[in-house]
Design a protein around this ligand. Sequence first.
Ligand code: AMP
Length: 245
Amino acid sequence: MSVAYAAAQRAVRQAQTNQIFQRDYVMRIVLLGAPGSGKGTQAKKLMSERNIPQISSGDILREAVASGTRFGQQAKDIIDTGHLVSDDIMLGIISERLAQPDVADGFILDGFPRTQKQALDLEDLLDQLGVPLDAAILLDVKFDILMKRLTGRRICSQTGKLLNVYFSSAEELEECTDAGGELVQRKDDNEEVIGSRLAVYRSQTEPVIAYYRSRGKLLTVDAEGTIEEIYERINAALSQATIRK
Ligand code: AMP
């Protein structure tokens, strides 16, 4: 039995002991989409408006990197090249996260699953927990827009606000610099790493879309436009999905 599998089993037992999946109203969704499709932005919005936790595999990994552990150092080397952390490790991380009490009302998975193996592992995990997934929402964006979103993406060092040198207004960008902040680029947002992340997405993550389509769980949303417009479309798509009450 692998270490990650054993950790997953422990997490399942803990979730069952805590009876964290006993509430009536829940929304459990996976957000799918290429890097730059806006998964993180929309997940945060869903989280704040529906009060359901966003589980971002990228954020969890970046926290591990920041904590400076040996695992964090290994994860950093992988993230910096745009490749994927192993499926086994991801299963361990996600199963531990899904055993936390705050997922009782549901969750929004952002960045996981990213391979077909991860999608199968997630299905097994949710089966063991006795909680089905409601929907997988695909945020659909054309390639040239993805490139601009990724190469132009910046984070304000002062306010933490997400900005984009192509799409944010001059006022928004100045608001950051006027407050003494700098527009910082994520290390894996340079063109070489972006190329690698998009290639990995095509070869490893696109099959996950077919996987959810074949299970009748896929909802495709046009993810070009303003954050508000896209959010409206996600809500319209979700209202068609069977969310148990
Ligand atoms: P993100 O913030 O979702 O773009 O993730 C940043 C990086 O973290 C990715 O390019 C991968 O190196 C790694 N990562 C995030 N989620 C996963 C996952 N589900 N499986 C493997 N690697 C991941």
